[in-house]
Ligand binder design. Structure first.
Ligand SMILES: [Zn+2]
Length: 256
C-alpha cells in the first residue's frame, strides 16, 4: 500500500536523521556505568601489564592528556572515572569505552614511537569518550533496527515489487550508513586539541598515521576497520595544524 509506506517513510527518515545528528538515548551516568562494567570484563580477560617503562609511559601520557581534556571540556570530563590499562597484545590497537575507560595494546607503542606519538592515540581515544561516540553508536544501532522494522512491515503490506525494493534499499542505505566515519574524524580533530593543550606536538599525528598506514597489513584493528581512508584523515589533520599549533605553543610557554 503506497500510502502506508509513504506515511512511514518520514518517520524512518526522521529516525535516521536523529541517528546522524548524534542522538544519544543514554545519560552520561549510563556511559560511566556501561563503560565500567565492560572494563571489568576487559581486565578479567586480557593480559595486563602493571609495571615497567611501557606501563609508565602509557600512564604518564594518559594523565597529561586527560588533564587537558578536563581543562578544555570540564563539564563532561569531570563526570568520568578516567583509567587506562596496558594490554600485552601485538595488535596495533587502542580503545576507549564510554565513561573514560581506556586500553592501549603494546603493539601500538612502536608505531607511536615516543610520547608525542602516543598522545595522538590517547587524545583520539579520550575524544571518543568525551564526545560520547560509544553510546551514540548503540543508539544508532537501536534506531536503525526500528527503522528497518518499520520499512519491513510497510513492505509486507505493499503489493508493488518496486516499492518493496525501494523499502529495502532505503532501510539498508538510508539507515545503515557508516556514521562512525564521522566519529573517527571528530575524534582525530578533538584529540589533536587535547594533545596540543597537554604540550604534545600535534604535528606528530601526521607521521603517526603514515606509520599506521604502512604497518596496516592483515585484518585491520578495531579502530582502522571503520576509519576514513588514511589519505583523508592525514589531509584533514594537516589542514587543522594551523589552528592547533597555537594551542601547542601556548602549552609550551606555560610549561617553561
Ligand atoms: Zn577511533
Amino acid at each position: 500500500m503506497r500510502t502506508l509506506l509513504s506515511r512511514l517513510a518520514p518517520l524512518a527518515l526522521a529516525l535516521a536523521g536523529a541517528a546522524c545528528q548524534g542522538t544519544n538515548m543514554y545519560t552520561v551516568q549510563d556511559d560511566v556505568a556501561m563503560g565500567a562494567a565492560a572494563f571489568d570484563e576487559v581486565k578479567a580477560s586480557e593480559n595486563l601489564i602493571y609495571s615497567g617503562p611501557q606501563y609508565e609511559q602509557v600512564q604518564r601520557v594518559t594523565e597529561r592528556v586527560v588533564d587537558a581534556a578536563i581543562e578544555l571540556d570540564p563539564e563532561i570530563s569531570n563526570l568520568f572515572a578516567w583509567e587506562v590499562v596496558l594490554i600485552d597484545n601485538a595488535e596495533m590497537n587502542a580503545f576507549c569505552l564510554p565513561g573514560g575507560k581506556m586500553a592501549v595494546y603494546t603493539g601500538i607503542l612502536p608505531v607511536a614511537g615516543n610520547d608525542d606519538g602516543l598522545a595522538v592515540v590517547i587524545g583520539h581515544e579520550i575524544a571518543h569518550a568525551t564526545r560520547r561516540h560509544g553510546t551514540q553508536r548503540v543508539t544508532q544501532g537501536v534506531l536503525t533496527e526500528i527503522g528497518i522494522e518499520i520499512f519491513t512491515e510497510a513492505a509486507e503490506f505493499s503489493t508493488d515489487q518496486e516499492e518493496r525494493e525501494l523499502a529495502t534499499i532505503l532501510a539498508e542505505v538510508g539507515l545503515g550508513l557508516p556514521f562512525s566515519r564521522d566519529h573517527e574524524l571528530e575524534a582525530d580533530r578533538v584529540g589533536l586539541f587535547y594533545m596540543a593543550a597537554a604540550g604534545y606536538d600535534p604535528r606528530e599525528a601526521v607521521g603517526f598515521w603514515q606509520r599506521m598506514s604502512a604497518g596496516g597489513t592483515g585484518a585491520p584493528p578495531e579502530w582502522l576497520s571503520t576509519h576514513p581512508s588514511d589519505v583523508t584523515r592525514i589531509q584533514k589533520i594537516q589542514a587543522l595544524l594551523p589552528e592547533v599549533m597555537p594551542v601547542y605553543q601556548a602549552a609550551q610557554i606555560s610549561d617553561s
